[in-house]
Design a protein around this ligand. Sequence first.
Ligand code: AMP
Length: 184
Amino acid sequence: MILVLVGPPGSGKGTQAALLAARCGMIHLSTGELLREARLRGTPVGREAAAYLDEGRLVPDDTVAALVAQRLRPGPATYLLDGFPRNVEQAAHLERMAAETRHAIEAVVLLDVPEAELVRRLTGRARADDDPAIIQKRLAVYVRETAPLIDHYDAKGLLRRIHGRGAVKTVHGRILRALGLGRA
Ligand code: AMP
């Protein structure tokens, strides 16, 4: 089974994905983390990704899809995808990979946070791509490329929209309830 977590930069996607995966024994795949690790290790993918990461642009679809494909295996595990897909082309990649590995895409959780709150949260972080100009770029990329996924998955009946404001535990509880997994 595959669950997808979608949200703008600063929505708490990574934090919530880690909590949910730990609580429910899911395999957490964060493409952002995989790309940052690849970069630190100096692999070919990491070297290719570096400029995109620095500029807040999306790494090419085939590269990111390959990172996910290498990790997705048939079987009973539940995969929690954090940060993938990021556009409609990647969603098509995911649908193919899911069919090949016989996993159903069970739900897509959207973490909804107003833009002013996102900027406030991101300026308080210390990641290299959290520079103010890059933050604006990443938000614009989200609106242009990633937001269209909301309608895409809503039309399939998969979208679960979550209010992303509030304490980490509160948001975690909302996600669990939206997925029918009980209370935090
Ligand atoms: P994240 O950790 O999800 O905020 O991602 C950080 C950065 O990694 C993004 O700004 C992109 O440059 C890159 N990235 C992460 N996931 C993807 C993806 N699915 N497709 C393309 N680029 C990605």
